[in-house]
Ligand binder design. Sequence first.
Ligand code: DWN
Ligand code: SAH
Ligand code: ZN
Length: 405
Amino acid sequence: MCRVCGGTVHQFFDFGRQPLSDMFLGPGDLEHEFFFRLAVGICESCTMTQLMDEVARDRMFHDAYPYHSSGSVHMRRHFEQTANRFLDTHLSGRGPDPFIVEIGCNDGVMLRTLGKAGVRHLGVEPSGGVADLARANGVRVRTDFFEEPTAADIVAEEGTADLIYAANTICHIPYIGSIFRGVDALLAPDGAFVFEDPYLGDILDRTTFDQIYDEHFFFFTVRSVQAVAARHGFEVVDVERLPVHGGEVRYTITRRGTRTPTAAVAELADLERARGLGTREAFDPFAADIERIRHELVTLLRGLAAEGKRVVGYGATAKSATVTNYCGIGPELISFVCDATPAKHGKLMPGSHIPVRPGEALADPYPDYAVLFAWNHAEEIMAKERAFHEAGGRWILYVPEVHIV
Ligand code: DWN
Ligand code: SAH
Ligand code: ZN
């Protein structure tokens, strides 16, 4: 049943049994590894694309949640620019003491800039480990899931918010009705709710099927976000396409009738309508492309293994859980994955059980090939690892097609 409107969700792809994408395993964890059915569908009533089955939130977002948003220079810059933009727009001209709430602030990658600028702020972040990192960055954090009761508490304690912001978080939250009711309770009458998430149009255009995993419950379009906003008395008044994480859209949402929507909203919604993005049929080529990419990637890796080539992975991303487990790639094809996140070191990747090693392991000695699982950070990583390429090493990418660089 659709988590937005209660309509029927039509499944269009089933990845089968999958582990939790960010559940890196220590020695004692192998016996009770958790699996669920990863399948995705669309509700043609409200156009929302969503997972068929949902994982309990505390299994995914807890004190040991390993993803640190500040791990990429490029993303740090993106969020610093975002914060500075807010200072000039949503947070300006709103009296002496504007207040911003961020849902899913993680390690404070965005709020630290506003904290330094002296802006009153609050991050709401259920994962205790990353919330502590945010505090160490001078950010005020409430370790909690944002939902309707949390919003009621915050408004009682601190008053209404001028801006509520979330990046890569609203798409993680199946109980989106409770989010909108919470926003309604907490947001000042003329405040804005701004969020950015991977854009379904880009996922289909580039066959980035690895954006589909336990944590990513919704795959938004302008029209599906309009549908959920409208149910709660809100409307989308601006959209902006962002180049991060393989293509995202930033939605600006306000109470219905308080602002005139920009032309960009209707333009993108019209494009979606023209390409049938709200219907099941839109996913037919996607499903075929996913299967083809699996075949090509596995054929390439098996061929390299047969030739005795050394192949490793780069970036123990959440996304890579879908790739490795759906394609059946284990340590026999990729001997280890290197990643700069200390919390992932010495652990095994979920499901595939490929070992994770520090970034330095790449050069110890350089392998023949490295599969770039963190393809969304390609520019940053390829620049950092130029010596690998100069030594004759080659990158394997599978976005938008399987190719070698
Ligand atoms: O939506 C989500 C996004 C924002 O972050 C979450 N559900 C989980 C997570 O997804 P992901 O793990 O696919 O995100 P990234 O940003 O693609 O992860 C990059 C990984 O690569 C991190 O583990 C850090 C690592 N890395 C590295 O080892 N060296 C990254 C860079 C840039 C590097 O130079
Ligand atoms: N905003 C960061 C973090 C994205 S990862 C960035 O863009 O990089 C998603 C984050 O959402 C995790 O830190 C997770 O703990 C958090 N999260 C999940 N459910 C949440 C909820 N109901 N309220 C607030 N944060 C939530
Ligand atoms: Zn629906």
